[in-house]
Design a protein around this ligand. Structure first.
Ligand SMILES: NCc1ccc(-c2ccccc2)nc1
Length: 236
């Protein structure tokens, strides 16, 4: 898989070389490229040089903040997006990113993350590439606003790449983790068996694997009921 990240802060993604992703890159499972959006702002729409390499402008209709220019984004995405590639636009107005979507995106040949800043990217950019037949996703990580799409893009990159077959050493750990079966993960413990007066649940020391599995599933249900009832299947 190729992952392209387009941003006005390319240095933000230099950490990709050292993170967990670094190993996957070396294993050739994932190729990542970072692109500076300002490289596509060197000329104005009329072809004259833009020494300021402007990427934003005032919003039509008024309102606070600035909007990122469609013509600059169009030049960048035209240069980067390949046939079959998915254009992912992190946005607080997007659909919620989930483990299921991460697994879906892990099968794509290419992801292009368009990392907006300011008040976001001119809406016609997403419209244009969808109309051209590309899969375009505006995706939110949750109900909060960041200063730009970079942090969200990095989080999604990690969530996706770790699901690529051959990337994580222990495939079993992926199957068991939170959200993989739609429930939150059970609590985990390791040595010492007693720590500051807190004991590990006896069942886990019993060696009864069937009972341990049952206890863990009950813990998953209990946690999901109390912390994320929205994840529970509807009654009935
Ligand atoms: N839900 C996470 C998230 C994703 C993106 C943004 C964002 C903010 C400003 C400009 C462009 C994107 N904010 C929050």
């Amino acid at each position: 898989m190729r992952i392209d990240l387009i941003t006005i802060f390319p240095e933000f993604f230099s950490v990709l070389d050292v993170s967990l992703l670094g190993k996957a890159r070396q294993a050739e499972l994932v190729q990542t490229r970072v692109h500076d959006l300002r490289d596509y702002a060197a000329f104005k729409a009329d072809g004259s040089p833009d020494v300021h390499r402007t990427v934003d402008d005032a919003p039509f209709g008024g309102g606070a903040g600035m909007v990122m220019k469609p013509d600059v984004w169009g030049k960048a995405i035209d240069d980067v997006l390949e046939p079959g590639g998915v254009l992912v636009i992190p946005s607080p107005a997007g659909t919620l990113f989930t483990q299921a979507l991460a697994a879906d995106l892990a099968t794509a040949p290419q992801l292009v993350f368009a990392c907006g800043r300011y008040e976001g990217i001119d809406a016609r950019v997403a419209e244009h590439y969808a109309a051209a037949g590309h899969r375009v996703l505006e995706v939110s990580l949750g109900d909060y606003v960041l200063n730009g799409g970079e942090v969200a893009a990095f989080a999604m990159t990690e969530a996706v790449t770790r699901l690529i077959p051959g990337f994580m050493g222990n495939a079993q750990s992926i199957v068991e983790e939170s959200h993989a079966d739609g429930l939150l993960e059970y609590p985990s413990y390791t040595r010492p068996a007693t720590w500051r007066g807190h004991d590990v649940p006896d069942i886990l020391l019993s060696g009864h694997h069937a009972r341990i599995e049952e206890w863990r599933h009950e813990q998953q249900l209990q946690r999901t009921r109390t912390r994320r009832p929205d994840l529970l299947p509807p009654e009935g």
